[in-house]
Design a protein around this ligand. Sequence first.
Ligand code: ADP
Length: 489
Amino acid sequence: MEGVPGSQVFDTATNWRLISECIRAVLQSPGIDTSAIRAVSTTSMREGMVLYDKRGREIWACPNVDSRAGTEATELVQRGLAEKIYRQGGDWVAITAPARLRWIKRHEPAMFRDAAHINMLADWIAYRLSGEFFTDPSIGSSSGMFNLATRTWSPEIIEICDMKRELFPPVLEPGTVAGHVSQGAAADTGLKAGTPVVVGGADTQLGLVGIGVVGEGNFAVIGGTFWQQTIGLREAMIDPEARLRTLCHALPGQWMMEGIGFYCGLSMRWYRDAFCDLEKLEAERIGADAYALMEKAAGEVPPGSNGVVAILSNLMVASRWIHASPAFVQFDVGDPARSGRKECIRAIEEAAAYVSYGHLKVIEEVTSRSCSEVVFTGGASKGTLWPRVMADVLGLPVKVPKVKESTALGAAIFAGVGAGEYPDVATATRAVAGFETTLCGLEADLRRPARAGRAGTAQTSVEGCGHVKRRGPLVGTATGVANLGLRRH
Ligand code: ADP
């Protein structure tokens, strides 16, 4: 939005058109019978929100990263309210509703006065489909206006925001049938009018449901555009040092805590678009994915990236977000063949893995639990190299699910439960989710005798970890990590 620093607008008209086109494209895919669709459910990024007037028309909307309300967030910190909100709602006020609503009240007073409903982006999609206003605990709690313990809107935080209770929609648990596809939405999307619309939820929590990681103490890394390192909880536990954030999970009686690696996935996309024209052209020519070609090149580089280090994401400190200035260091300018683009690609992956490692350590400290294995999902888990790098850096078994678009699968699981196709989430997950492979960390591999493979390739069989192929001599790869001083501690 011009003249409003940090602002990002969520264009509801354009986004509804895109969603409708996407649904139409799916319905027209081979083998899809529209009349066989028993229910639909929705999911989206978190924190993004929409305000409506009393006729139900959208009057204000923003995506997650809108940060226009910096001044208002600072005011909440100075008045001690940010701390109070964090203790009850689980997130700091940087990009959540309390500061945003203050901004709207100050800068758009007429809009603030006219607001009659508020909900989050996944709820907005469900509203566009069904005309019903509701939220669920997983995405509702990302507003920063929930009492985590009660899994519903917090009267105290609503009062801090000077809002009326009536603005806030009912809270329904995921899997509940909340409405039906309207005639208008059917005309836009091609779905059958009357199809049940089932409560879904937030992307990360549904991603966890889609990989079956809903148990207490389960660790997972969702490697999408931003990366979340998460643990499942049976209580609404808060980090006393306000580094991490806590949200309601998508299942009753469950919560999750997370650290966010801000640039972990985004930096790979940036690198592809800024430096990898060759791979993009080649990918187009042979009908492949440019990321796969980038990873193929990076796979020739030993761990430690020949000394090249990427500095991309800090560990999260919710109460004071700091982002390092993105950089690569330690090129060897005398050796372009061993110190160039392919090293940068591997360095990006290693940097993300170290951020995951750091967050898992903070989570272990806060929860007094220790992590013995990690599930790795999201776009980055589609890669052949990234899961391997994760296993090496974390020194833990890393499980990769069959379906990497696990957020969409999580939403489908709830639609299936809502439609009565499955009696509960656990049964649905057992039926549709599963793991493709488990990779073991460098140390675990090194403890086992390697079987000779092709020249330059050692193949290790690690109990419980399947067959792991590694390029190059194992000793060399271990030295690469040690040289960098990037050893686990
Ligand atoms: P979102 O969080 O936006 O849903 P995705 O889960 O689709 O994002 O993940 C996108 C990110 O995953 C990209 O920015 C990139 O970092 C990474 N990625 C996607 N495909 C691959 C691949 N084949 N190999 C390695 N990384 C990949």
